[in-house]
Ligand binder design. Structure first.
Ligand SMILES: Cc1cc2nc3c(=O)[nH]c(=O)nc-3n(C[C@H](O)[C@H](O)[C@H](O)COP(=O)(O)OP(=O)(O)OC[C@H]3O[C@@H](n4cnc5c(N)ncnc54)[C@H](O)[C@@H]3O)c2cc1C
Length: 475
C-alpha cells in the first residue's frame, strides 16, 4: 500500500514525487517507457520555474546543464527585450533539454526516497472510500490512498475517470527536428533573417557542432499519424525558403499541433490530474512544462497535508480552484499567440500594432509577467496586492530567502520579532528578521512560496495558520 501512486514520470510527475517525499509520503511513480526519452527538445524554463528550483536547492544543478538567455521575446516571438527591473532575483530564461530536466527531477525525487518503476503502463483504476486500485497493462494490481495522473496529453487516467477535455482540435501542424546542414552558416543566417519577417513558424538554429534545430510548417505533409521523414522536411524547406539547405543525417524528427484543451475537473475523489494530463495547448511562449511543474508544486504540499492528516477540510480542493484558472489563462494566451503567428494580412497587422504597444513598458512587463508566471496572484480574499502572490527571493540576515525553503514547509517571516507560529511549528518555520527587504511587518508563506497572510496581529495570524495549516499540535 502506497500513499500516492503517480502515473507518468515526465517533468510534472517527477516534480510531484519529490514534493511529496519532502513530507515523507510513500510515493510510487509508474512510467510506461522503459528508457528515458532520447530526443532532445530544448525547452525554456521561465522565471517562476527557475525560482521553484532555487526554492528546493536544485538551481545550481539546473544552471550547470542549461544556457541562460535574457528574458524577453516570449510573446508570439515578438522580438522585444524585457523591461528593466523585473521583480525577480532570477530574471532570465534557461534553455535546457527536456530530458535533462526530467532526469534531474527524477534523480532529486529518488534521492528523497520516491520509487520509480519503468515499463509499467497504467491501464485501469477503481476507487473506493479508502483508496485507489491501479491496474497495470500486464494485469498487476497496486493499491494506494491517492492516484495522480501526470501521464501527458493523451492521459489514460483522465480517460478512465471520464473527465471531459473540451477545447479545439489541432488546426496548424508544425515539423520540428535536428539535423546536419550542407551549406555554410552565413548563408543560412541570411536566408532565415529574410524569411522570418513573414513566416513566424520557421527557423533554423544552431543546436551543437554542425547540427541545426529546424522548425517548418507541416501544411500539406501527409498522414499525421505517421512520423515525418527527412524528405518531408526537405520539401517544406524548399517551399518556404526556396532551398533545403542540404539537410541530412537527422538526429530526430517530430511533429506537433496546436490542439488546445482543458480538463473539466482536476479531481474526482481520490484521483487527481496535473500537467499535460489536465491541459494541452500550442508550445508558443514555451509554457507547458513550466505550467505542469508549477501544478505539481501547488499540489504536492496539499496532498501531503491530506495524507499526514493535518489538512484543513477544503485544502486539497484549492488545487483545482487555484490552478484551473491559471491553465485557462495560459490556453487563452497561446490562442492569441497562434493568431499573431498567422501569415494572413489581418493578424499580421494586429502583430505590428502589438509590437508598437510593447514599446510601452507596462504592456511589455504585463506580457512577460504573464508568460513567466511571476505576475500570478491567487485569490486569497481581500488584502494588500502582495497577498496571493509569490514572494521573490529577497535577502535576509541568513542569506537568500529561498535557501530557507528547501524543506517545503511554511515560513513566517517576522520583521516585528513579536509573533510566533506556536502549535504549528512542526509545519511552519519561523524567521525573525527586522532587516528583511519587505515593506510589510510580517508575511506567512505557504510551502509553494505564495503569501498567505500579511500583518502584525497574533490572533489574525493564528486564524490564517489554522486556515492553511489546520489544527495546531499544541494548545
Ligand atoms: C515542440 C514543443 C516545444 C515545447 N517547448 C516547451 C518550452 O519551451 N517550455 C515549456 O514549458 N514547455 C514546452 N513544451 C511543452 C512540454 O514539453 C510539455 O508541456 C511537458 O512535457 C508536459 O509534461 P508532463 O510531465 O505533464 O507530461 P509528459 O512530458 O507528456 O509526460 C507524461 C509521462 O507519462 C508517461 N505515460 C503516459 N501514459 C502512461 C500510462 N498509461 N502509464 C504510465 N505512464 C504513462 C509518458 O511516457 C511520459 O513519460 C513544448 C512542447 C512541444 C511539442
Amino acid at each position: 500500500m502506497f500513499d500516492v501512486i503517480i502515473a507518468g514520470c515526465g517533468p510534472t510527475g517527477a516534480m510531484l514525487a519529490a514534493e511529496l517525499r519532502l513530507h515523507d509520503v510513500r510515493v510510487l511513480v509508474l512510467e510506461k517507457e522503459t528508457e528515458p526519452a532520447s530526443f532532445v527538445r530544448i525547452v525554456g524554463l521561465h522565471i517562476r520555474s527557475i525560482e521553484l528550483m532555487a526554492m528546493r536547492g536544485l538551481l545550481q544543478r539546473i544552471l550547470e546543464r542549461g544556457r541562460q538567455r535574457p528574458a524577453g521575446g516570449f510573446f508570439a516571438a515578438i522580438n522585444k527585450p524585457a523591461p528593466e527591473g523585473l521583480d525577480s532575483a532570477h530574471a532570465y530564461l534557461l534553455g535546457i533539454p527536456q530530458p535533462v530536466i526530467v532526469h534531474l527531477l527524477e534523480e532529486h525525487a529518488t534521492k528523497l526516497g520516491a520509487l520509480v518503476r519503468r515499463g509499467c503502463t497504467v491501464a485501469g483504476l477503481e476507487q473506493d472510500d479508502d483508496g485507489v486500485t491501479v491496474e497495470l497493462a500486464d494485469g498487476e494490481r497496486l493499491r494506494s490512498r491517492y492516484l495522480v495522473g501526470c501521464d501527458g496529453g493523451r492521459s489514460t487516467v483522465r480517460k478512465l475517470l471520464g473527465v471531459g477535455f473540451p477545447g479545439e482540435p489541432s488546426r496548424t501542424e508544425t515539423l520540428m527536428g535536428e539535423m546536419a546542414v550542407g551549406v555554410p552558416q552565413e548563408e543560412i543566417a541570411a536566408r532565415v533573417t529574410e524569411i522570418s519577417g513573414t513566416h513566424q513558424r520557421f527557423w533554423l538554429r544552431p543546436a551543437g557542432v554542425g547540427v541545426y534545430s529546424v522548425v517548418v510548417p507541416a501544411a500539406g505533409v501527409g498522414d499525421r499519424t505517421e512520423p515525418p521523414t527527412l524528405e518531408d522536411f526537405r520539401q517544406q524547406l524548399r517551399t518556404i525558403a526556396g532551398t533545403d539547405f542540404g539537410v541530412h543525417s537527422p538526429r530526430w524528427l517530430s511533429r506537433f499541433g496546436d490542439a488546445t484543451r482543458l480538463a473539466e475537473r482536476y479531481r474526482v475523489g481520490r484521483v487527481l490530474l496535473a500537467g499535460d494530463a489536465a491541459h494541452i495547448h500550442p508550445p508558443t511562449g514555451g509554457q507547458g512544462l513550466n505550467l505542469g511543474v508549477q501544478d505539481a508544486f501547488n499540489l504536492g504540499w496539499k496532498l501531503a497535508a491530506q495524507i499526514r492528516g493535518w489538512a484543513p477540510e477544503t485544502l486539497l480542493d484549492t488545487y483545482q480552484a487555484e490552478r484551473h484558472p491559471v491553465a485557462e489563462d495560459v490556453l487563452d494566451n497561446t490562442r492569441a499567440q497562434m493568431e499573431l503567428l498567422s501569415t494572413e494580412a489581418g493578424p499580421q497587422a494586429v502583430r505590428r500594432l502589438l509590437t508598437e504597444l510593447m514599446d510601452f513598458d507596462e504592456v511589455n512587463r504585463y506580457l512577460i509577467e504573464k508568460i513567466t508566471a511571476i505576475g500570478l496572484r491567487y485569490d486569497f480574499g481581500e488584502g494588500p496586492d502582495l497577498l496571493g502572490r509569490r514572494l521573490r527571493d529577497i535577502d535576509v540576515q541568513q542569506g537568500h530567502l529561498y535557501d530557507l525553503l528547501h524543506r517545503g514547509r511554511g515560513l513566517l517571516l517576522d520583521r516585528t520579532e513579536r509573533l510566533t507560529v506556536g502549535g504549528w511549528s512542526d509545519r511552519v518555520d519561523y524567521l525573525a528578521d527586522p532587516t528583511a527587504a519587505l515593506d510589510v511587518p510580517c508575511v506567512l508563506l505557504r510551502p509553494d512560496g505564495h503569501v498567505a497572510w500579511i500583518g502584525d496581529d497574533q490572533q489574525d495570524l493564528d486564524d490564517h495558520l489554522y486556515r492553511w495549516f489546520g489544527q495546531p499540535t499544541r494548545a
